[in-house]
Design a protein around this ligand. Structure first.
Ligand code: MN
Length: 253
């Protein structure tokens, strides 16, 4: 199993989640919301073979923490994984969009400069703007749109820009989300939980709940669960063995 966008450090007992995930052989991309959490996350995961830590600056925090963008760019030299970064155009955060854009531009241009990055991107109510920034930044590496909720036109633009999509259980719950996911190329999809910020049945999602995604995708694709699982595993191998990504899960898989 693969959870390509999880906030490991936000669980009440991260170590218990790490232990259980190791037992179940789950690969995890641990995203961070501020670069100050990066070192702590590295210590947290220790030598867990299947977990990688991404350095990020969440768009919802950019208004108050935009000066941390330089720390993001410094720490980026130590990982191939960037996230959570992006733009949030929802009413609560719309006001800081100009600052959010400047921060994202700085991070994406650094991705282009350093090369070899996999980037987990937030784009709530700002899909068009995020795609504009990806397109302007040139060869940023492998952009992964996390919890993408743009319209169909934005989706086809994202596909033509070579984006990946990390899809969580919430996206597959309603007809609108299912339609959008059914239009995503199956070979560009990775599962995510976004836990513990997301819930199912009143409980925060944990990495092993990506099982829900595999089942829903199998339904959507009209496949057996084992075939959907093989597709997803193949996608994970593909993105992490991209020749542009230097430090990846491949050597440990
Ligand atoms: Mn998130």
């Amino acid at each position: 199993m693969i959870d390509f966008h999880c906030h490991l450090d936000l669980y009440p007992d991260p170590q218990a989640v790490i232990t259980e995930s190791a037992k179940q052989g789950i690969y995890i991309l641990a995203v961070t919301t501020t670069p100050k959490a990066f070192e702590g996350n590295l210590r947290l995961v220790g030598n867990s073979k299947r977990i990688r830590v991404a350095v990020g600056l969440h768009p919802e925090l950019v208004r108050d923490r935009h000066q941390e963008v330089e720390l993001v760019c410094q720490l980026m030299r130590r990982t191939s994984y960037i996230g959570e970064v992006g733009l949030d155009g929802s009413p609560m955060h719309r006001e800081s969009l100009p600052t959010q854009r400047a921060v994202l531009q700085r991070i994406l241009s650094e991705c282009t400069r350093q090369g070899g990055k996999i980037i987990s991107l937030h784009s709530r109510m700002a899909a068009q703007a995020v795609l504009d920034e990806i397109s302007l930044a040139g060869n940023v590496g492998e952009p992964v749109l996390h919890w993408f909720t743009g319209n169909e036109k934005e989706l086809s633009r994202a596909i033509s820009l070579g984006c990946w999509f990390s899809v969580g259980p919430a996206m597959l719950k309603n007809a609108k989300g299912q339609k959008l996911v059914s239009l995503m190329p199956p070979d560009r999809i990775l599962p995510e939980t976004d836990g513990p910020l997301t819930q199912s049945g009143g409980k925060p999602l944990s990495p092993w709940d990506v099982d829900l995604v595999t089942r829903a995708l199998a339904d959507l694709w009209g496949m057996a669960i084992t075939d959907a699982d093989a597709q997803i595993t193949g996608n994970f191998k593909e993105i992490t063995s991209s020749p542009r990504v230097a430090r990846n899960f491949k050597d440990r898989a």
